[in-house]
Write a protein that binds this ligand. Sequence first.
Ligand code: IPM
Ligand code: MN
Length: 350
Amino acid sequence: SRSIRLAVIPGDGIGPEVVAQGLKVLDAALPSDVKVETREYDLGARRWHATGDTLPDAELESLKDHDAILLGAIGDPSVPSGVLERGLLLKLRFAFDHYVNLRPSKLLPRTATPLAGRPEIDFVVVREGTEGPYVGNGGSLRTGTPAEVATEVSLNTAYGVERVVRDAYERAQARPRRKLTLVHKNNVLVHAGHLWKNIFDRVGREYPEVTTDYLHVDAATIFFVTQPERFDVIVTDNLFGDILTDLAAAISGGIGLAASGNINPTGAFPSMFEPVHGSAPDIAGTGKADPTATVLSVALLLRHLGYEAEATRIETAVTEDVTGRDGSARTTDEIGDALASRVRAASVTP
Ligand code: IPM
Ligand code: MN
């Protein structure tokens, strides 16, 4: 019989609440012969306050021994900014070489969008996940004085850019519209920009069926709002991708629906799936958190592990649930239950 060894990092704030619903729907989606072995990791703000640990080496090692990781949310205002981000979340993305940060956006019927005229939105951002300004390269001189100088040096390697660009071409090739847009800022960031554009053009010659486009990141933000239907697959660097995917969430149903996968396509390390939203400490414990982003992240997890039909059933359940929303308030748990029963009903083999 098949099995999935799943590491779970519920984390802070609403993290544990949404992860519980994600696991509920995972269980509903899988056939009974697939066994899920979960191991929970106590990481995040509580742990840091108690022990000073963010992610000890022993736990990093033991996380490797899983097929995938499901993460809720990390961060709390009581922890200095950057401690958990760098010591836990980014440490995982870097240590497990999650070079494809996959963030799909789809505007479902009747979901909220601030855009007029309800455009078609169905695109996926392939955000580079291991380089760029996120590497922590830089420093500050004369810190705290009027003469302070700070640098953040963006790291871009041909190796790192080519592998993510190639992944994006593969994804574009597999989609009906076969369009790939590179987003950068090569009119100002000329060194990294030219590296990205040259590799994008060179790899593109191997994908003659994929239509390509290039946009500066500032122009891309305009088109996200005025013409989001022009996008199919977008490939971009770590920081541009971070910013663009929050905007993508805002135009396509809100941050409560935005899912993501931190993927190592080689399978050398477990990939990690998480909602794009944060720990939302202001609503933690109130039952107001929407678990849908986590549930959709579980769908990405299942697809990554080869459970395509199960992933699609979850996505269909979400579409139906979201389309049927009448504005009445439901708790985190009620939404999870509703999704799990839709998935279960769809999984019953006649
Ligand atoms: C995200 C988050 C993280 C990022 C932070 C919490 C480090 O904003 O997953 O988009 O910047 O990547
Ligand atoms: Mn972000």
